[in-house]
Design a binder for this molecule. Sequence first.
Ligand code: CP3
Length: 361
Amino acid sequence: MNMGVDVKAFEIRSGKPFLDVLYGQSSQRLPFWFMRQAGRYLPEYRALRADKGGFLAMALDPVAACEITMQPVRRFGMDAAIIFSDILTIPMALGRKLEFIAGEGPKLDALESMAEVANLDFSQFSKLEPVYEALRQTRSQLQKEGFSETALIGFCGAPWTVATYMIEGGSSRDFVKTKVMAYSDPEGFSALIELLVEASAQYLIEQVRAGAEALQIFDSWSGALDSDSFMRWCVRPMREIVTLVRAACPDVPIIGFPKGAGYNYQVYVQETGVNAVGLDSQIPVEWAARSLQNFVPVQGNLDPLCLLAGGDSMILAVEKILVTLGRGKFIFNLGHGIHKDTPVAHVEQLVAMIKNHKVGN
Ligand code: CP3
């Protein structure tokens, strides 16, 4: 198999089930965490948000970000806490204006041509300092509150996904501007992707220095690309980031999440050198068990809307995931971020099912 990047054979036993599985080792219990586990479905988050104002203000306030990161861990005892931040902090640190408008999502000043990429630089990279400070505080808070088996995750968006926000000026359904830019000016677009590779690697390395014990890279819109473009704009940049981060932080596992990549999940796993892969809900778990889990540990993939609905459909879906993936190297998660209207009672029921699962069955 061509792994592209040399994956270190980890021989570390961390005492944290989530990290042990990422290191390719067995674990006493099935580790779990949920994407967007901190957020609006939690009453304690809504209370703090009403108090503190906007999302970005909270994400850039280390005390608030630490508190919000801790909230779901206190309720549910996850095996990993993901730092409360956003993938769009990188465009902000590259000098782009960023706002989150309630009910509308993120807004950025859009890049109109790839000639503008030459004006982007790292002179405002210190805007990311509050994220590092939040990581330092959260790492010590986890210890202080007795969550000694909960690992801390740092993250960023993958270059392709972040580029879509920078070019579209916010969320998009079909990525028309970005895809036309990539097809019509591949050299110019490549300059933006390369800048984002460098920025992402630097950001992730600093997150590790501040206390992140594992990293996840979100490629939320990788499913929008044809196969050749997927290789060029998702796989290749991801492999470069993995190489750069691993050179600086050889022991820190990296999880890739190429949401929507479908058939291309396999080449992604083989060519990027990630330690583990996050599965979206469209990936059939039987296929993942046969075709991915023999290469790397997998994480996923309950449909967040199945969790929102709850009831028998949820129980059946969870059992199927546990039976099919729970025998191999596996971390339970959702296939995408938790929905804001999810009843806390459904999350409690899911957590009870995961905690009851016997590893090895
Ligand atoms: O998982 C976590 O708990 C950590 C925090 C986290 C957030 N965003 C907080 C957030 C993470 C890991 C992200 C990643 C992120 N952000 C992605 C990749 C994952 C994915 O969802 O595909 C993307 C594409 C973004 C960009 C983004 N941020 C959008 C499109 C939105 C608006 C949509 C929405 O849910 O409101 C955000 C805002 C955002 N990021 C919120 C949170 C908790 C909502 C803020 C609020 O109104 O309270």
